[in-house]
Ligand binder design. Sequence first.
Ligand SMILES: Cc1cc2nc3c(=O)[nH]c(=O)nc-3n(C[C@H](O)[C@H](O)[C@H](O)COP(=O)(O)OP(=O)(O)OC[C@H]3O[C@@H](n4cnc5c(N)ncnc54)[C@H](O)[C@@H]3O)c2cc1C
Length: 461
Amino acid sequence: MRNGEVSYWWQARGIPPRRPSLPGSTEADVCIVGAGYTGLWTAYYLKRADPALRVVVLEASFAGYGASGRNGGWVTAELPGSRARYARHQEGRQGVRELERQLRDTVDEVARVCAAEGIDAGLVKGGTLTVATSAAQDARLRHRLEQERAWGDDAGIVRYLEKTELDGRLRVTGAVGALYSPSCARVQPADLVAGLAEAVDRAGVRLYETTPVTSISAGRARTAAGDVRAPYIVRCTEGYTADIPGQHRTLLPMNSSMIVTRPLGDEAWKSIGWDRFETLSDEAHAYMYAQRTADGRIALGGRGVPYRFGSGVDHDGAIPPSTVAQLGRILRRMFPAATEAGLEHAWCGVLGVPRDWCATVTLDPQTGLGWAGGYTGQGVAASNLAGRTLADLVRHVPSRLTTLPWVGHRSPRWEPEPARWAGVHGLYALYRTADRLESARRSPRTSALARLGDLISGISR
Ligand SMILES: Cc1cc2nc3c(=O)[nH]c(=O)nc-3n(C[C@H](O)[C@H](O)[C@H](O)COP(=O)(O)OP(=O)(O)OC[C@H]3O[C@@H](n4cnc5c(N)ncnc54)[C@H](O)[C@@H]3O)c2cc1C
């Protein structure tokens, strides 16, 4: 089994030759730091809106090296953060509904651009299933359904599936019911980010790889090779933001780990089902997420080691054997029929978590400095919406996007170490114990330990 080497997605596709690095100091109208989905979508929409704009993207490694080339491949409309917190924005609940509507439309926008630009990322819009495997998880699913209705899902977009209906789609051992939402598509994430980078090249963006930015200030992004001077500098570094001077406590680099099986045989797929390619998660506190891949495998992820001291990041995605074993146990428990296939690859990556778990898209008109991120693990679609919004903000074009409640949202900074490390590790110890307790009993009540965890973390459900 391979471990690290960025991700299975990149190994399956083949890591491309590097684009040139920045040859020396230069000028641009907009300089974007980071070539993941956020930076690339921003560049893409800027150039589409105004082909004359001089857009430079600076990438420390290669386009898609970060979370954008390693994720679970859910193009999900799920809101990155708490409705109640976004509702404190001047647009109130109406603003939250509009943000959720825009996120749902974004799933289709990603599909539209893939078709228009010839990006074959194996996109299938099969919706998403959240299964309950204990009475407490089931009670939380039913509560979530009530919340959906309370926040305006009058049309019943999100539905509860009884076990028999769930089994007709996908058989997960131990599942007692599920929520289904149609607003999610599955992709091969590296194919998406690589195709997007090529579209950005074609649009005339100057994308420089192997060019780490060492500092950002108004009008200037500094690198070892020279400076890029531009009236607008947009930071799109999500889980890697802590390494940028002045940003150490802005976003916590939360780790997420994945495994992928070898291709399953026909018999295994017959017993599992999963013919509609829904993405899948459970309602545990330390939840898992999965997809049936275009090449007939199960890719499954979970938290693993949640956080490295001092906001450290991984080395090319390698994960400890204990995390492989932990994810393997989840796979065998939920899909015994997949056991025989064995594992092909394991890897991890970092996503950005703000202290209040709410994402931000922002541009300061005075300094020209902007950034977007903090999608808390829901960034594949959200980064597209963020990129479109940044393109409007940079061009001073007021739109429905520029008034969404995440625009200009300010999250508090994270605590200094060792409180940060102790807090995150303590939180996941509580969540894992709560999950074990809930699985072992029949009570529909959420464990008090998980409620304590939510209180400490500031997660608002
Ligand atoms: C394992 C995993 C599974 C996930 N699953 C899902 C999922 O299924 N669905 C979902 O919606 N979200 C998921 N996410 C989250 C999602 O992938 C991210 O939110 C999203 O990809 C963020 O995109 P980004 O462009 O903002 O950041 P990234 O993709 O991380 O890109 C940041 C880029 O900035 C570069 N960079 C960093 N520092 C510098 C610097 N100083 N100078 C220049 N460049 C720099 C990095 O090399 C990197 O390429 C997952 C994340 C992980 C890690």
